[in-house]
Design a protein around this ligand. Structure first.
Ligand code: ZN
Length: 421
C-alpha cells in the first residue's frame, strides 16, 4: 500500500496544478504517510513479542538451561538460569538470595492485589522457602510472559519466560532497571554484575539431562501434535525432510519389527529431536494377544528403540487404537499411557495428499493429536503442505509429551489420551 502511493506522489509533482497546491497536497500525503508509518511502527513494537525480534522468525524456540554458581562471602550459591537468544535469564529470588547481605542486596515481595513483584534496593532479602531451586527437571515446555515489577516504586513491564511455575527475567533487564552494570565474559562463561565498587561474578555451565532445553510456546496461539505410525520405513525420510524444512517436531509411534531394517532412519528421527514412541512389535491387535504376548511385544519394541537410539520410550499407541480393560491393565503394569488421536487424516485409506491436507485443515483444533502414517508417500507430500498452512494459522508444533506437559495433563499408565484439551 505504502509503496504504491509513491508513484502517484511523483505524478502530482509534475501535474499542471500550481506548485503551491501540489506542495500542500504533497505535504498532506506526506503527513498521512508519516502517521501511517508511525502507526505501523507502534503496532509492530506492541504486537511483536520482543523475543521474535531477535531472530529470523524461528518456528521452534528453545530455552537452554545452564547451571550457575557464585561464591560470595565464602558461601556457594547454586541455581539455574536459562539462555534464550544468547541472553541469560534468571529467577528474581535467586538473584536476591545471591546478593543477600551484600551492598547490592534487595528485598522481594509479591503484591497479589496489584499482581506486581516489588523490589526495594538496599533492603534485606527475606527468603520464603524454595530458594535457589535447581528445579525444574522434567519440564518440556515454557511460555512467553510479561511480568510487572516495581523497583523502588518505579514500575516496569518486562518480557519474561515462564518455565515450570517459575518466572525468569532477562538478567540484563533487571541489571538495567536496578542500575547494575552487567558484563558477559564468553571465555569463562561468566556474568559480572557490578554496583559501585562491588563486583559479583557467576559462571554458567550448560546443564545436561532432562529439561536441558525447554520449548517455548505462545499461550495466545494454538498448539498441535503431529503423530506418525507404523514406521520406520524409507518414506519416513520424506516426512523428516518436510518437517525439517520448517524445524517442527513430531512424534513417531514405531513398530519394533521394522526397526532393524530401518535403524539409520530411526536414528535420524531421534537425532532431529522428534519424540520416539512405541506402537508395539508386529501390529497385531493387542486385544487378541495374551497378556504374556502383549508384554513381549512391548518390551521387545522398547529394547529395540533403546538399542538404536538410546531412548527409552514412555508413550504407547496400540495398533488400530484397539484396547480393552485387560490390555490397559497390562500396559498399566508396564508404565505406559495409551496415546490415541483426536483427528484421523485417514491417510492410510485415501492415499491422496489433497484428501489428507483437507482432512487436516478442515477439522484441526487447538491441542489436537493428528494421526498419520509415515509409510505412505502421499502422507509425506501432504505434510509438506500441512505444516506451512498450520504455521500460517498460528499453530505451534509440539511432541505428544510436550503437549501434555504444556496442557498440565499428568499422564497415567493404563489410561487412554486422545488430545491435550
Ligand atoms: Zn498402526
Amino acid at each position: 500500500m505504502r509503496g504504491a502511493s509513491f508513484p502517484s506522489l511523483t505524478t502530482k509533482i509534475h501535474s499542471k496544478r500550481s506548485v503551491m497546491k501540489s506542495h500542500i497536497f504533497n505535504l498532506r500525503i506526506l503527513n498521512k504517510l508519516i502517521a501511517l508509518l508511525l502507526t505501523a511502527i507502534i503496532f509492530f513494537v506492541i504486537a511483536t513479542p520482543v523475543y521474535a525480534a531477535n531472530g529470523a522468525k524461528p518456528h521452534v524456540i528453545n530455552a537452554v538451561r545452564s547451571n550457575s554458581v557464585v561464591t560470595l562471602n565464602n558461601q556457594v550459591h547454586r541455581f539455574h538460569t536459562f539462555n534464550l537468544f544468547g541472553q541469560n535469564h534468571i529467577r528474581i529470588r535467586d538473584l536476591a538470595s545471591m546478593l543477600s547481605g551484600s551492598l547490592m542486596q534487595f528485598s522481594v515481595d509479591w503484591n497479589s492485589e496489584l499482581r506486581i513483584i516489588q523490589l526495594q534496593i538496599g533492603r534485606p532479602y527475606n527468603p520464603v522457602g524454595g530458594e535457589l531451586s535447581l528445579r525444574p527437571t522434567n519440564v518440556k515446555t515454557g511460555t512467553f510472559t510479561n511480568t510487572r515489577i516495581s523497583i523502588n516504586n518505579n514500575e516496569h513491564t518486562l518480557s519474561t519466560i515462564h518455565i515450570g511455575g517459575e518466572t525468569f527475567f532477562r538478567t540484563r533487564d533487571i541489571a538495567d532497571a536496578m542500575g547494575f552494570s552487567l558484563r558477559w565474559n564468553p571465555e569463562s562463561r561468566s556474568i559480572t554484575l557490578g554496583a559501585g565498587s562491588l563486583r559479583i561474578e557467576y559462571t554458567t555451565t550448560p546443564y545436561e539431562g532432562p529439561g536441558s532445553t525447554v520449548r517455548l510456546l505462545d499461550p495466545n496461539r494454538p498448539v498441535v501434535a503431529l503423530t506418525f505410525d507404523d514406521g520406520p520405513s524409507s518414506n519416513t525420510n520424506l516426512v523428516l525432510d518436510a518437517l525439517g524444512e520448517h524445524g517442527v517436531p513430531a512424534t513417531f509411534f514405531v513398530l519394533g519389527s521394522r526397526i532393524s531394517a530401518n535403524s539409520a532412519t530411526l536414528r535420524r528421527t531421534a537425532n532431529a529431536g522428534h519424540e520416539i514412541a512405541s506402537h508395539a512389535w508386529s501390529h497385531r491387535s493387542l486385544t487378541r494377544l495374551s497378556n504374556e504376548q502383549i508384554r513381549t511385544e512391548v518390551t521387545d519394541t522398547s529394547n529395540a528403540i533403546r538399542y538404536v537410539t538410546g531412548i527409552t520410550p514412555t508413550l504407547l499407541r496400540t495398533p488400530y487404537g484397539a484396547t480393552n480393560r485387560r490390555v490397559e491393565g497390562v500396559l498399566e503394569s508396564m508404565g505406559f499411557p495409551l496415546i490415541h488421536w483426536s483427528l484421523d487424516t485417514r491417510d492410510w485409506e485415501s492415499r491422496s495428499q489433497t484428501a489428507i491436507f483437507n482432512a487436516t485443515m478442515n477439522h484441526v483444533r487447538d491441542r489436537d493429536i493428528i494421526l498419520m502414517h509415515d509409510i505412505h508417500e502421499p502422507t509425506a507430500h501432504a505434510v509438506r503442505r500441512i505444516v506451512p498452512a498450520l504455521l500460517t494459522r498460528g499453530y505451534q508444533f509440539v511432541t505428544v509429551s510436550e503437549l501434555m506437559c504444556y496442557s498440565r495433563i499428568t499422564l497415567m499408565p493404563g489410561i487412554e489420551y486422545r488430545h491435550g484439551r
